[in-house]
Design a protein around this ligand. Structure first.
Ligand code: PMP
Length: 356
């Protein structure tokens, strides 16, 4: 969902953009005003995330799923190798795509292993990497569907040479503070925490630009994006407009410390309710639980349809779990008010009492 003021700014701009008698939908991507919008979004993102001049901040007219192909094309040489940390659905999809372009080592995420297994995996990884140096190490910071978040950054200790860390942050970007400098590349679709669909943000260390394979399609080539200041073709004006207003809203709310605090409050409320109930279950270990996506099941699955129907009657919408998993999933992105979770837990309590 979008915050009210952002939605209103979009509505207004669609009817009449800044009193110019045109709609934002008709605003040229070559206009001075659009250039300003783009610049404003870049500057605000830099300020919010603390992005230094060593990094380029680029906008792409497609979602993170296309970066699954663009990343290996830009970072991995022909016959190259990359490591993918497997933590759930989206890291799996990313590795599937990358396999079209090179050798992919799918490593089970160490955080999902016991201490002994972790030590063994560590030694095994070191042996495997005797002389092969991966082009990058990929991870998905928050598995949107599984409700699993990396509790800390993945290790990059495999070789003497630092290996760039590449992150898909689609479902957590701008919901908490992050260490951009620990990463070579960060990509994220805009529609969850920072606007609407049709756009992704790419934060890339500048020394990683210019290595794309020769057959890389122009629009997927990160260097082309950099050289054209994110306008290699007709830009998605409306998505950039929404992004700019979302960034203004986040800044006005108090920036990332505030977003983080709210994300903790929302998710704590829901997890503690689930853990205290006998009907609902979230089996993700506490230290790995996502603060933006809370999937849960009803211990008697037959009840799920009735639970979701009742939720919908109460205006609690889009709670159905991902089609690959079923169950229920509450996505608690930046714009979700705490009251949304309060109302959800009220319905959960009422429904549970009805079963007694
Ligand atoms: N990565 C993650 C973590 C996601 O949650 C999603 C979408 N839900 C994607 C990638 C794919 O994003 P898009 O559909 O915008 O390309």
């Amino acid at each position: 969902m979008l915050p009210g003021p952002v939605q209103e700014a979009i509505q207004q701009a669609i009817v009449d953009f800044e009193g110019q008698g045109i709609s934002v939908l008709g605003l040229s991507h070559r206009s001075q005003r659009f250039q300003e919008m783009l610049h404003s979004a870049q500057t605000r993102l830099r300020a919010l995330l603390g992005i230094s001049e060593d990094y380029a901040v680029l906008f792409c007219g497609y979602g993170a799923a296309l970066h699954f192909s663009a990343l290996p094309l830009n970072l991995m040489p022909e016959n190259g190798l990359a490591i993918y940390e497997m933590s759930g659905y989206w890291s799996d999809r990313a590795a599937d795509e990358a396999e079209h372009f090179g050798q992919i080592w799918r490593f089970q995420s160490p955080f999902q292993m016991q201490a002994k297994a972790r030590q063994e995996a560590h030694s095994m990884r070191e042996q495997m990497l005797g002389k092969d140096i991966p082009a990058y190490i990929y991870y998905c910071s928050n598995e949107t569907i599984d409700g699993i978040a990396w509790p800390s950054l993945p290790d990059c200790w495999y070789s003497e040479v630092p290996i760039p860390l590449v992150a898909d942050m689609t479902s957590t970007i701008l919901s908490k503070r992050i260490d951009v400098n620990a990463h070579g590349v960060i990509c994220a679709s805009a529609q969850k925490n920072m606007g609407i669909t049709g756009l992704s943000v790419l934060i890339i260390r500048k020394d990683l630009l210019g290595q794309a394979r020769s057959q890389t399609p122009r629009l997927l080539n990160y260097e082309t994006l950099f050289e054209t200041n994110s306008i290699p073709n007709t830009a998605n004006v409306l998505s950039i407009f929404a992004l700019e207003h979302m960034l203004i809203w986040i800044q006005q709310q108090g920036g990332l410390p505030k977003m983080e605090e709210r994300a903790q409050l929302r998710s704590d409320l829901l997890y503690s309710f689930i853990d205290g109930s006998t009907l609902y279950l979230n089996d993700v270990p506490a230290e790995l639980r996502s603060r933006t996506n809370v999937p849960f099941v009803l211990r008697d699955p037959v009840l799920t349809t009735g639970f979701l129907a009742g939720a919908e009657e109460r205006g609690l919408l889009q709670l159905e779990g991902h089609r690959s998993r079923g169950g229920v999933r509450a996505s608690l992105y930046n714009a979700m008010p705490l009251d949304g979770v309060v109302r959800l837990t009220e319905w959960m309590r009422e429904f549970e009492q009805k079963q007694r």
